[in-house]
Design a protein around this ligand. Sequence first.
Ligand SMILES: Nc1ncnc2c1ncn2[C@@H]1O[C@H](COP(=O)(O)OP(=O)(O)OP(=O)(O)O)[C@@H](O)[C@H]1O
Ligand SMILES: [Mg+2]
Length: 644
Amino acid sequence: MSYLELKNIKKSYYLGNEEFPVLKGINLSFEQGEFVSIVGESGGGKTTLMNIIGGLDSNYDGDVILNGKSLRHDTTRQLDAYRRQTIGFIFQNFNLISHLNILQNVMVSLEMTNLSHHQQEERAKELLTQVGLQEHMKKFPNQISGGQKQRVAIARALASNPEIIIADEPTGALDSQNTKEILQLLDQIAASGKLVITVTHSETVANSGTRIVRLADGVISEDTEVKKGYNASGINELKTHTLKFRSTSTMALANMRYNLKRNLLIVFGAAIGIFSVIVMLGLGNGVKGYINHEIYSQVNPNAIQVAKNVGQNNTNPKNMDMGSTDRNRFTKIKNVQKVEDAYYIQGGLQLKYGKKTSQLSFMQTFNPTILPKSITKGSAPKDGQILLTKDNAQKFNKSHPYAMIGKKVTFFQTTLNKQKMPVMLKKSLTVSGISSANSGSTSMTYNTLKQVYKNNKLSIQPNFMTITIKGSVKNVKPVENKINSYKNGKKNAYQITGVGAFVNTLNTWIDLAVNVLATIAGISLLVSAIMIIVVLYISVSERTKEIGILRALGASKGSIRNLFFSEAFFIGLFSSVFAIVIAEILQVVANNIANGAIHYQIIQISGGNLWFGVIVSLVISLLAALAPASSAARLDPIESLSYE
Ligand SMILES: Nc1ncnc2c1ncn2[C@@H]1O[C@H](COP(=O)(O)OP(=O)(O)OP(=O)(O)O)[C@@H](O)[C@H]1O
Ligand SMILES: [Mg+2]
């Protein structure tokens, strides 16, 4: 049994229905240590045969048998492994990857071996030194001569220590001196026990091998041994795998750096969409925050006032009375923190300080709907105290209303006694503080008012109650709904005043508006996606040759796909980072301006907004890469290699 056997290999190309037979039954066997030259006329099928031996082409009749095992039934993955592990390709036109330097070009092949990164680098340097390129490792392919390029290709072909080296016209593009040196290298390789198969037109080249095989008319016309082959080296022990994720991402980055300007533009373009979305969301947070801030400075949305629903025409104040039944109902409702008695009086009110009097149109007992912020000076009323509005205070001391704090005033109320006779209630109270004219109210505690009545042998029942609701303003509406569910016949039993539900609805609308704006901003993401798709397709077509090279070196379809996914991933990542940076800058600038105008940070980009931007950017880029990446993976390696 020979090391490598070709059994009755037949191959035809078809143009339409017309068959063009190229190989018409090739039978050959090779041993390790041989340096075989295949000679034949141009168009005779030499490259076709090499592609079949090299596992690039599996569309043929006949059989290739390596060490007794047929390649016929190998899967695509097994053929990838065969090319990595067993075959080293050297091409006429070198086929180096132009955006990688010499060392990196050799490393591509080594990255598919199980050697550690350090060992890979050592081996690459060793091989490059062996072919005389130790001085040039950092140069790029366009910075070295043809002969030097072919040495790089040889070093790369040897990298994974394959058993067979296939060289398709390795010296075709070289002068005689370089040809001689390359032939010496190939001879050394054969001498090391590998099988070297070269294709050549040149008799000089042919004669420097150990055997010459002539191909004519699709069959072997002559097979001569020039000299005895070298000793076999045995089987390659170096284990290989396809390109790992790390390698494909490094290569993607290298390519992006190579096409720096274009990629910067793409990143910039894609960043605009992400930036708009992030800023819209941040602006939404800011606007909502600002509106809520303004509302909370005027009212307490978490407190509501509840009174009996007695209708407009009610004449009997007793109907307004509330008691323990009502209180119990309210206390039981979920999220209710506190239920407090309160009383509202309209008309018949008067304050007296010395000889000066002041009429009050209304008064309510102090309750949580009165914001502590509305007290401009002094404090909330305790029992026996009264909170005056600034207007009241000015009636008593025009130029220094705040001087009234701590002074005693007399409170009068005209009301009806049990016999429905008018009586005048009276109590001396200390001024606890002054509340602002517009949002404040004259008030005393419910207890104080009760005391005023008690002193005159009268009693009161609260005519409304205040309910404080725990937690977010979202909890207000359900409490209100529950209260509204109590009926008095067909009518609601209670009427509610409070802004919590409104604030909540307002917030819902702001959220909706923000999301609509962010979505509109998001439309530009569609543009980004299309842009990325176009660029990746361009990248695929520019790198067709590179894809062919990688496939010839044994990279799987999956690795090719990863290569483009990595590129898309980096575009997405860099765009979102760029978008975040400009969004943060805009935030600082806009807030500086807003702070001057409304004393509020109008753009508030949250960490969540930033993550959202990053994730959206990555998802869009990866989705955009789907089609280009799979079209790259589907490329036929032979066609890709012959792509100019
Ligand atoms: N993909 C293809 N489709 C159709 N015909 C093809 C294809 N590839 C090669 N051929 C034809 O097959 C024949 C053999 O081509 P091949 O490239 O194997 O020749 P070769 O011996 O390597 O020639 P050269 O010495 O010029 O490189 C040629 O006639 C060529 O036109
Ligand atoms: Mg050829």
